[in-house]
Design a protein around this ligand. Structure first.
Ligand code: GUN
Length: 293
């Protein structure tokens, strides 16, 4: 069994980007600029946005964090996005989800200029992804593809079972794996809360992508000997023995499942860092197209 070390793989991607950014700067070109919008005080969102801003610093991007109170109006958020859409200094815009109940995520995401949609959530972006046209790939599925690429794990002709059908992870992941692009050409089954015989289906998978947000859901009896296990779960569980007061749990029962897997991602340190590296790649791409226009 081999651990898929997301920290290491993400570092090599960020190191390569850092060189490319230095090259841009040396040629007097603008470096990428990512703007993150954070609404409210959700602890997990604070952590993720903090990690995104830190990664920008690491690779040499400009970054701006715009914070709003939980009570901010939808109008104000949309107005801010429209300003950012018009600002030629801004390459990428992301609005950290989830949003407060009074603000529609659909409306906010649709307001972002697709050319700056580095999260890959805009309907135009998803439409292109479905059609196999070049587009921004949502960061988590993109990070998983980059992980498979880094460890040269073949997907062609294999049976991939994606557990979870979220717009952010499961659905785009299933499209990429079943597409004809590199790291596609798999036979894909999507399982969700209404799937019957989930255990039996999962046990036939060569590749399992667990993205349902239920700690320890994938157990040893659901996994075929030699399967590749990708754990997207990041649930916070109260733990008084930790300084933070919580620990992070994945969707896979790691100690037991790792005994059967050929490759497996740890949580933390697996998919999480790859997601950030993928966002950095998208932001670089959003900026780079300007230099070739
Ligand atoms: N919330 C959970 N995952 C994500 C993500 O990839 N992007 C944004 N903007 N919000 C999220």
């Amino acid at each position: 069994m081999q651990i898929l070390n997301g920290k290491e793989a993400a570092q090599s991607i960020k190191d390569a980007l850092k060189l490319e950014v230095a090259q841009l700067a040396a040629n007097g070109k603008e470096v990428p600029h990512l703007v993150a919008i954070l609404i409210g005080n959700n602890g997990a969102s604070e952590t993720y946005v903090g990690a995104k801003v830190k990664a920008c610093e690491e690779v040499g991007f400009k970054s701006t964090l715009i914070r709003f109170e939980e009570t901010v109006s939808a109008f104000k958020v949309l107005e801010t996005i429209r300003d950012l859409n018009r600002d030629p200094d801004v390459d990428g815009i992301l609005v950290q989800l989830p949003l407060p109940e009074h603000i529609s995520a659909d409306e906010v995401i649709t307001c972002i200029d697709p050319a700056k949609d580095v999260d890959g959530f805009h309907p135009n972006t998803i439409g292109k992804l479905v059609l196999g046209q070049p587009s921004f790939i949502p960061a988590t599925p993109y990070g998983i593809i980059l992980m498979l690429e880094h460890y040269k794990i073949e997907t062609k002709g294999r049976h991939a079972v994606v557990i979870g059908r979220s717009n952010i992870v499961g659905r785009p992941m299933s499209i990429l794996l079943s597409g004809s692009g590199s790291y596609g050409n798999a036979t894909v089954t999507i399982c969700h809360s209404h799937t019957q015989n989930l255990k039996e289906i999962c046990a036939t998978a060569d590749i399992v992508i667990a993205a349902l947000g239920r700690p320890g859901f994938v157990t040893e009896d659901m996994v075929k000997e030699g399967a590749v296990i990708i754990d997207v779960g990041i649930t916070r569980i109260a733990d008084e023995t930790r300084k933070s007061g919580y620990r992070i749990s994945g969707d896979v029962d790691f100690p037991a499942v790792s005994q059967k897997a050929s490759f497996i991602t740890p949580v933390p340190g697996g998919v999480g860092p790859m997601t950030i590296a993928a966002l950095m790649k998208n932001t670089f791409k959003a900026c780079a197209v300007k230099h070739y226009e």
